[in-house]
Design a protein around this ligand. Structure first.
Ligand SMILES: C[S@@+](CC[C@H](N)C(=O)[O-])C[C@H]1O[C@@H](n2cnc3c(N)ncnc32)[C@H](O)[C@@H]1O
Length: 242
């Protein structure tokens, strides 16, 4: 058996073992094809959310990049159990283009595939960015899991982050999931979170190992903020020192 085949078998086995350890809610959203995150990334998201709730780190739980709502459902459930507010931010439509010269060909070619209409969704589904009413679909999915978008426990902010964030009125953040691919939105989110994350709070960067622009924005942030430490893994975790 070749090394690449062995590698694939090992990764598949790892993924099956990790999936079995996920909460039943997370396994449901995976089965319903509501998230692009791998089992390993979902496991790190779950354990980070669980830790901030258990340690009573003050603040809300945020997500930048909701798409179909899978990781938002997982996070909103922790927010509800922990007596906090969940805020999800997205255009709920076609992803905005990469706009920085710090984005590289990986981001540009992915964006070109999306705008050309050739992107395919999870397991051959239609790509979510081409849906007529993605916002309505996400609201229905959240309500179906006992998390209605009520503006009290769960709020979805539709629009570009730069337009919705100034009106969001969020004072403190315990945990944030930054899953928005390109340099400019990741930098914008990190600057916003840097001013609001509680000591001991965490920011999970989904695309640190997937898109060069995201990694550059994160590394620049870390260099400017010695009060944050990187815990690397499938997705990167930035923890603010307590
Ligand atoms: C990879 S998807 C999120 C995946 C999702 N968290 C999951 O569980 O599968 C990235 C999302 O970020 C959103 N996004 C990227 N840049 C944005 C911006 N500047 N303003 C608002 N939404 C943005 C896109 O519309 C897209 O839905």
């Amino acid at each position: 058996m070749s090394n690449s085949v062995i590698g694939r078998v090992v990764r598949r086995a790892e993924s099956i073992i990790t999936s079995a350890r996920l909460s039943s809610l997370t396994r449901e959203v995976v089965k319903e094809k509501l998230t692009y995150l791998t089992a390993q990334k979902l496991a790190r998201l779950e354990s980070s959310a669980s830790a901030v709730v258990e340690k009573k780190i003050p603040g809300d739980i945020l997500e930048f990049g909701v798409a179909l709502g899978g990781s938002a459902i997982l996070l909103a459930d922790f927010a509800k159990k922990g007596g906090r507010h969940f805020h999800g931010f997205d255009v709920f439509g076609m992803i905005p283009p990469p706009t920085s010269d710090k984005d590289e060909s990986d981001a540009k070619s992915r964006y070109e595939t999306i705008v050309s209409g050739k992107s395919v969704g999870i397991d051959g589904d239609d790509y979510y960015g081409y849906r007529k009413d993605l916002f309505g679909d996400v609201c229905k999915a959240m309500a179906a899991h006992g998390l209605p978008v009520d503006g009290k426990t769960v709020t979805l902010h539709q629009g570009l982050f730069e337009d919705t964030l100034p009106h969001a009125q969020i004072q403190r953040v315990a945990l944030a999931h930054v899953d928005c691919d390109w340099y400019d939105p990741v930098k914008l989110c990190l600057d916003y979170l840097g001013a609001r994350l509680s000591p001991g709070g965490m920011v999970i960067i989904d695309d640190y190992h997937d898109y060069a622009g995201c990694r550059t924005a994160t590394d620049e942030f870390l260099r400017s903020r010695p009060d944050f430490v990187l815990e690397d893994g499938r997705n990167a975790i930035l923890r603010r020192r307590a």
